[in-house]
Design a protein around this ligand. Structure first.
Ligand SMILES: [Zn+2]
Ligand SMILES: [Zn+2]
Length: 381
């Protein structure tokens, strides 16, 4: 078998027709002439088959398919997946809000063991325990890449180019893998690679100073990590949530206080003492806009969950209290390493529901309905 490379994957996908994609794929059924899965070779050559969950069409159940084992191209590795967390972005992918080319294996919180190295890999070894970041590699020559911020590269390579972690095996760029600390459980480690990474980058982007007070708005996969991370680095933290049960649980996560948000989240926060930093992990633009008035002088609101329009009417807070709003997602690799280190030290512990891969469609429904407490992690059957 010839090696798979990122460009191979893209070429495969470009050549797929709707007829190929929509053909029945179950075992024993009529198989399409060729199946093109991002990052995975033609499964008709399946001397080594692996199981994967595949999105074949939007808004439909993900299909389980037997696919040929991926082989690493230059600079790439193959990871045997031990766990892969699910986040709301998976729902957004499922609903068509991300520009994925179908069919594709989703899953962007994957961790596992390196089982094969492509030519030219220099740092990883077979047997290494790693996780794979959403953004794995920049094209290298743009201003963002040259300043070591491949996250801002317009041609960054992600799981959407190579395929993700809801599979027995996945291929990844060596540069997209981060070593897991010894002793850190795979199930917990998975959560670091999106929820933890996003939360820590949000916190670091707010440039917290000793003695400052942090408000975490929204307690889901991201928020429950954000609370713990802020507390772990010594900042007083208050939780703002629409769920009474989550407000109740805030102290267990390390918050000084949990506040249930009514009609005026900004007033609720101000009444609770205000905050220097708001880490807004909610997807609700309305909540984010209305919490702004709870900031103290010089405060910073960092939004991580809103993907649609955000309208700010409260210019008084921005102008007279000299406050600012910043967007944030996975940023510096050091943010991810910091999360892993805090987790390995026992200072941050994800609260997870674990499921076998076979229940992936039920888990997707739970995530979409906001029923997960607080992160769902899938493990191979
Ligand atoms: Zn670049
Ligand atoms: Zn995510």
């Amino acid at each position: 078998m010839r090696p798979v490379s990122a460009s191979d994957g893209r070429d495969f996908v470009r050549s797929v027709s709707d007829k190929d994609v929509m053909a029945p794929l179950s075992r024993g059924a009529v198989r399409p002439r060729r199946i093109f899965i991002v990052g995975v070779r033609d499964p008709s050559a399946k001397e080594d088959a692996m199981r994967a969950a595949v999105i074949t069409r939007l808004n439909s159940a993900w299909e389980f398919q037997d696919l040929a084992d991926p082989e690493p191209g230059p600079g790439q590795v193959v990871v045997r997946i031990h766990a892969c967390g699910m986040c709301y972005s998976d729902v957004l992918v499922h609903r068509g809000h991300w520009p994925v080319r179908l069919p594709i294996v989703p899953g962007h919180e994957p961790v596992g063991e390196v089982v094969a190295l492509g030519p030219g890999t220099t740092t990883l070894r077979v047997g290494d325990r790693v996780g794979v970041s959403w953004m794995q590699r920049g094209e290298g020559r743009c201003a963002a890449c040259q300043s070591w911020h491949p996250v801002a590269c317009p041609h960054t390579t992600t799981w959407m180019d190579l395929g993700g972690g809801y599979a027995d095996l996945m291929v990844a760029w060596e540069t997209g893998c981060t070593l897991l600390p010894d002793g850190l459980d795979y199930t917990d480690a998975a959560v670091a690679f999106c929820a933890g990474f996003t939360s820590m980058s949000g916190l670091r982007n707010a440039e917290p100073r000793p003695g400052e007070r942090v408000c975490v708005l929204g307690v889901g996969g991201l928020g429950h990590m954000a609370v713990q991370l802020a507390a772990a680095i010594g900042l007083e933290t208050v939780v703002l949530t629409t769920s009474p049960d989550k407000a109740e649980y805030a102290r267990e996560l390390g918050a000084a206080e949990g506040v249930v948000v009514g009609d005026d989240p900004g007033k609720a926060l101000a009444d609770a003492g205000g905050a220097d930093i708001i880490l807004a992990t909610t997807t609700s633009a309305d909540l984010v806009a209305r919490v702004l008035s709870g900031l103290r002088y010089g405060g910073r609101l960092v939004t991580m969950g809103v993907t649609g329009p955000l309208r700010i009417d409260d210019m008084t807070t921005l102008l007279f209290k000299q406050c600012s709003i910043k967007g944030s997602t996975h940023n510096n690799r050091s943010d991810l390493v910091e999360v892993l280190t805090l987790m390995a030290a026992g200072k941050v512990r994800p609260r997870v529901e674990t499921y076998p891969f076979s229940e992936i469609n039920e888990v997707l429904k739970r995530v979409e309905a906001g029923q997960v407490r607080y992160r769902a992690v899938l493990t191979p059957n």
